[in-house]
Structure formats: C-alpha cells, structure tokens
Design a protein around this ligand. Structure first.
Ligand code: TYR
Length: 506
C-alpha cells in the first residue's frame, strides 16, 4: 500500500496530518521546490551575515536564557549548541511511545519549515529522514515547564540528529549512531543557532495535544453511541432528545449530540413511558454533558492548528527586513489552556458514563433488569455477580480521571534564575489530558460490555427502541462481546475493546 505524502513546507499541517504521521498512515516529505530550500537556507544565511557584521547574536555568541549576558567567543560558538542539548539531557519519567514520538518530530518539523528559525535546509532534511525511516529518539516525558519550550525533551531529538543518545527499538533502545549509519545518514553538524531552534519551542506539548484532540473527538462519538444503548437498556425515554426541545437551547455541539441520539433511538408514541416521563440526568442530560466537549472541539482544533503552524522558538529571523526578533513564542499558554480544558471535558464524559453504569447495574434504577446485569437464571443466579466488579472498576477509573483535572497552568514556577519566571506547564497539561483519555477509554470499554449485556436482557422484556443505525451499532458490539451468563474474568475482553476504541474501530 502506498501511503499519502504529507509535504512539509508546501502547506499548513492539520491535526489529522499529525495523527496520520503518528500512526505511520502517511509519509513525511519536504517540499521539493528549490524555492523552499532557498527560503529555509536564507534564514541560516542571515544569522551568518549578522554574526559577521556585528559579532553578537543571542544564543550564538551568548549564553542561554539568564546567561545571555555572558559572551561566547567566536571560536567556541560552534561548540555551544552541543552544550545546550547535553546539559538538558536530564529528562525522567516514562518514555514517550512511538506514536507520541512521531507526532513530536512532525510537529517540530512543521514549525521549522516556516523558515523563521534561522536553521539550514540540511537540518530539516535530517529531521524528515528520522520520520521517513522511523528512527525515533528515546524521549523521557518529564522535565519541561512548557516555556522556554520543551527544552529538555527536545534535547533528545537534537542529540539523535547528531548521532548521540538512543532511539527506540521495540521494547528496548539502541544507539542513535548505529541506526543513522545503517540508513546511510551522517550525524548532523549543528550550525550555531540550530540546537536552540529545535529545543526552544512547543513541539512536545503541541504534538501530545494533537493526539489528545483526536482521541477526544473519537470518544465524543463513542460516548453518544453508548448513551443511546444505555437509554434503550434502561427502558429510558428517547423523547428527551427531541429536535424542537434542542432548538430551544441551540448550542451547536449539544444539538449535534441530540441529533445523533435521535438517529440511533426511535421515539415513537408507543415508546413513551407514561409512568416515568423523566429519566435521571446521566441519561436525560447526556447531550448537555457530551455537547460541551463537542462544542469545544472545533475551537480547540483552531487553537492547536495555529500553534502547530507557528514559528514558536526564540529568537526568530525575518529575512525580508534582515532582523532578529527576540520574544517568547516558546510559551505554550494556548496549549496549556486547551489541554487543561480538554481534560476536564473528557473527565466529565468518564463521570457521565460511570453514572450510566451505576444506573444499569442497580435494580432500584434499571427498571426491571437483573441485579448487576447478570445473565444467570434459576438456581445459578445466586452465585453469579455479573458486572458488579466492572462497575467498581469503572468508578475507580472515573475517579482517577476526575482527580487529574486540576489545572496544570496555575502551577507556574519561576525557574532558570528567574529568567523564566512565568511558565505555561502546557506539557504537563497535555500529559494529564492523555492520561485522562486513557482512563475514560477504560470507562467506555466497561460501558460497552454493560450496554451490550443490558440490551440483550431488556429485549427479553420488551422491544428496544433502536433505529437501523442504533441496531447496527448494537450488532457491532454483539459481534465482539459475548453475552455474560456465568461470571467471567473480563480483563481480556476489556483489553480487546480498548484496542478497538484506540483504533477508532467502533
Ligand atoms: N528559552 C530561553 C533560552 C533558554 C535555553 C536554554 C536554557 O537552559 C534556558 C533558556 C530564551 O529564549 O530566552
């Protein structure tokens, strides 16, 4: 199968491009137009010219950050970049997985391809080659305050470009030098500003944010489908999602969720429930919970795509005016806000689904279904406990997700001798968001089992109010989830479902 090309330099990148590259579902290339290479090299040439003319360029002939008042002599300027990535080699924590690492490389390349970072085309080529050959730096996840960019994690990218440190190799690692040589790549010789240009930006948090956004969008759709089956299994009321009702409070995302529920649930007069006109909130207000996420996603996409397609290091070069522009675009405040918001929105989905499960297993609220949705009958019912532990597990995962919603951005610390005295913590927010997504996907996996079981049990009592689309989703679940008559250890099934959720196959 030939993969589609994503041509860096030819157009802006989308979130979907980053996701595709992270899954190796697309191939990274550089714009072959010689004008692109010339445009990039013009930035590096400007640094050379300024250096020759007045001898002082920040981060080239000076120390870094607070050390910018320390002069570096011309003969040491070429050694300086190696020191930058070397002293930042202090990351800890888990190591980013292959998907995250590919997204990080793609995100940094997108930024440098703007041509405002004063780097050479050869550096872009080397970065593109890492992606093309799937040579992925081993990057520890912790140690960035998210302003000054993701200095420490990105130092691992620079090191590998130069043939130092390690790349990922299955469950292990191997020396980058060997891997580069195997692919006929020569370690890159950094020009004076190049290490700073790679490290001094928001690529790690932005890459993680792109992946988180994709998973959240997927989850929003899945949670809506789960809700439809939860309403059906619980003997709930499809009329809660009436179109006229939702026109009265027309948040577009909320309306989309309600419309999707109408698409899945049949609201006939006979489906109306005379003795219980109003269901509990986790069913009745599902569009009001899921709709907030759905309404936020387009806005968050805009924010993240702007960051993705920005020159976000410091200093920047403006070739047209021949100026070096000193600023703070490495500050990831927008990504921090996006991820702090996203994790709250997603954790609310975990909570909603957990509450739906609590209704389904409880004979006081599930309107006629057996306790814990156990399928066992007769004498055997006494020893079977059905989904009792699954509900406890879902509550544990939901609680852990909710606990992680503390905003990261408010924990700014003054760092680096008070040069970086206000920082974004965007990378921590993005890592939180990914963890919250993981936990919420676990809750969703539990609900898939519960609604599949609940629908089968409800059908013994009355027909399900499902449309063709609703029935098709139910059939999809029936194909992967067995009915649970006798108690079973559900971990293997949960892991299969998690895989399907993450591949977007439900
Ligand atoms: N982010 C700083 C540069 C910097 C780089 C490395 C450091 O260790 C500290 C600071 C700036 O551009 O102002």
């Amino acid at each position: 199968m030939t993969l589609p090309d994503i041509v860096f330099g030819a157009r802006d990148l989308t979130l979907d491009d980053v996701i595709a590259l992270s899954r190796r579902a697309a191939h990274a290339t550089l714009d072959p137009d010689p004008a692109f290479a010339a445009h990039i090299d013009a930035g590096a040439a400007l640094i050379d010219r300024l250096l020759a003319a007045d001898g002082v360029v920040y981060g080239v002939t000076t120390g870094y950050g607070d050390s910018c008042t320390t002069a570096v002599s011309a003969d040491l300027a070429w050694e300086l970049p190696r020191h930058l990535y070397t002293y930042h080699g202090c990351g800890l924590g888990r190591v980013f997985d292959v998907t995250e690492t590919r997204a990080i490389l793609a995100t940094r390349l997108a930024s440098l391809a703007r041509g405002q970072s004063g780097v050479s085309f050869a550096l872009l080529r080397q970065l593109q080659q890492l992606l093309a050959h799937d040579l992925l730096p081993r990057i520890p996840a912790e140690g960035s305050v998210g302003a000054s960019g993701d200095l420490t994690p990105l130092s691992y990218v620079v090191a590998v470009l130069c043939g130092e440190r390690d790349i990922l190799a299955g469950d292990s690692t191997r020396p980058a030098a060997d891997a580069l040589a195997e692919h006929g790549l020569v370690p890159h010789t950094l020009r004076p500003k190049e290490a700073l240009a790679i490290m001094n930006g928001t690529a790690v948090m932005t890459a993680l944010a792109c992946l988180a956004w994709g998973r959240a969008a997927e989850l929003s759709r899945l949670a809506t489908h789960i809700t439809a089956l939860a309403v059906a299994a619980c003997g709930g009321n499809p009329h809660h999602f009436d179109a006229t009702l939702f026109d009265a409070k027309p948040h577009p995302g909320q309306q989309r969720v309600a419309a999707q529920l109408r698409d899945l649930l049949r609201d006939t007069e006979s489906a109306r429930n005379d003795h219980r006109l109003q269901d509990r909130y986790s069913l009745r207000c599902a569009p009001h919970v899921l709709g907030v996420l759905d309404d936020a996603l387009p806005f968050l996409r805009d924010t993240l795509e702007r960051e993705l397609n920005s020159a976000n290091d410091n200093p920047l070069v403006d070739v047209a005016s021949g100026r070096v522009l000193h600023g703070g675009h490495f500050y990831g405040g927008h990504v921090a806000f996006a991820m702090d918001s996203l994790k709250t929105l997603v954790a609310n989905v975990a909570d909603l689904l957990d509450r739906q499960l609590a209704l389904l297993v409880d004979t006081r609220y599930n309107h006629g279904l057996p306790a814990n949705l156990s399928g066992a009958t007769g004498e055997r019912a006494a020893i079977n406990h059905g989904l009792k532990a699954l509900q406890i597990g879902a509550s544990a995962w939901a609680a852990e997700a909710l606990k992680l919603t503390m905003p990261a951005s408010v924990f700014s610390r003054s760092t680096e001798c008070h040069n970086q005295d206000k920082v974004s913590m965007g990378t921590i927010a993005a890592r939180d968001a990914l963890r919250v997504l993981e936990l919420t996907e676990q809750v969703a996996a539990a609900l898939l089992i519960a609604v599949r079981q609940g629908c089968a049990l409800r059908e013994r009592l009355s027909p399900l109010p499902l449309t063709a689309a609703g029935a098709a989703f139910r059939a999809r679940l029936d194909a992967v989830i067995p009915p649970i008559e006798e108690d079973m250890a559900l971990e293997p099934l949960l892991r299969v479902l998690l895989g399907l959720i993450r591949e977007g196959e439900l």
